[in-house]
Design a protein around this ligand. Structure first.
Ligand SMILES: C[S@@+](CC[C@H](N)C(=O)[O-])C[C@H]1O[C@@H](n2cnc3c(N)ncnc32)[C@H](O)[C@@H]1O
Length: 230
């Protein structure tokens, strides 16, 4: 199997937090409380619609797979093969323990980084990337990841991130400005990206936009993009 040609791996501070305790808590988080369960259902619904827009891909790289939150939806197409990848070994172990037996033969786990994916060029039909890019503050880092997706994918990418142009991003910006005025620590491990910036970066990495889907239009920051390799 040819190794990828990406530059040396990049380690981000936020990536280090997914140890065994945090990974198990992440698995439980989306299943606890009515608000989180409803929000999770909406995420699954958006994923289902995005997969349909992407033409129901057969070989999907779920990166980062986290605790396997989307496997139920990914598994709805009976002949789909899922490569479930994450750079936290602890997260992969939690995902393995909770993997439904009906999917066991179709999910292959892989310990790898989004900056340097351990797969050959054009080896999957789709890269499915939920809840990673809103952690990546540096444009060069986002572009490195998008270019790595471009290298391994044959057809489409589905990704989620936080965008501007809605009520919650406006409120967040106000809160951040207030914190700065009060001299409080400005470090954030999640960020809102201007839509124009995100879309320019997709183009620069070689993707065209098929469609976007908003979690709750004009209110929520979460947006899912369906991209096609140009
Ligand atoms: C917020 S979770 C999202 C997991 C899953 N996609 C979901 O929505 O439930 C972020 C995940 O990104 C993984 N991660 C962090 N840095 C990464 C990197 N450089 N490459 C691949 N995965 C990474 C973490 O281990 C964690 O599982």
């Amino acid at each position: 199997m040819p190794r990828n040609t990406a530059p040396a791996d990049i380690e981000l501070p936020f990536s280090a937090k997914y140890d065994a305790g945090h990974s198990e808590a992440y698995h439980d988080k989306h299943r606890s409380g009515l608000r989180r369960r409803l929000s999770n259902q909406r995420d699954l619904q958006l994923a289902r619609s995005a997969l349909a827009l992407a033409g129901e891909p057969q070989w999907v790289l779920d990166l980062p797979c986290g605790a396997g939150r989307f496997w139920e939806v990914l598994g709805e197409k009976p002949d789909r093969q899922i490569i479930a990848a994450d750079n936290s070994a602890a997260m992969l172990e939690v995902a393995r323990q909770h993997c439904p037996s009906t999917l066991a033969g179709r999910v292959r786990l892989m310990h790898t980084s989004a900056f340097s994916i351990d797969l050959p060029d054009r080896s999957v039909d789709n890269v499915f990337c939920m809840r990673l890019l809103h952690h990546i503050g540096d444009s060069e880092h986002r572009l490195a990841i998008l270019r790595e997706f471009h290298r391994v994918v044959r057809d489409t990418v589905i990704l989620s991130l936080w965008v501007d142009g809605n009520y919650l991003s406006w409120r967040r910006r106000r809160q951040e400005a207030q914190r700065q005025r009060q001299g409080k620590d400005g470090y954030q491990n999640r960020l809102v990206l201007p839509r124009a910036t995100a879309e320019a970066e997709f183009k620069a990495a070689g993707f065209g936009i098929i469609k976007h889907l908003d979690f709750l239009p004009l209110h929520s920051m979460w947006r899912v993009y369906v991209l096609r390799r140009a």
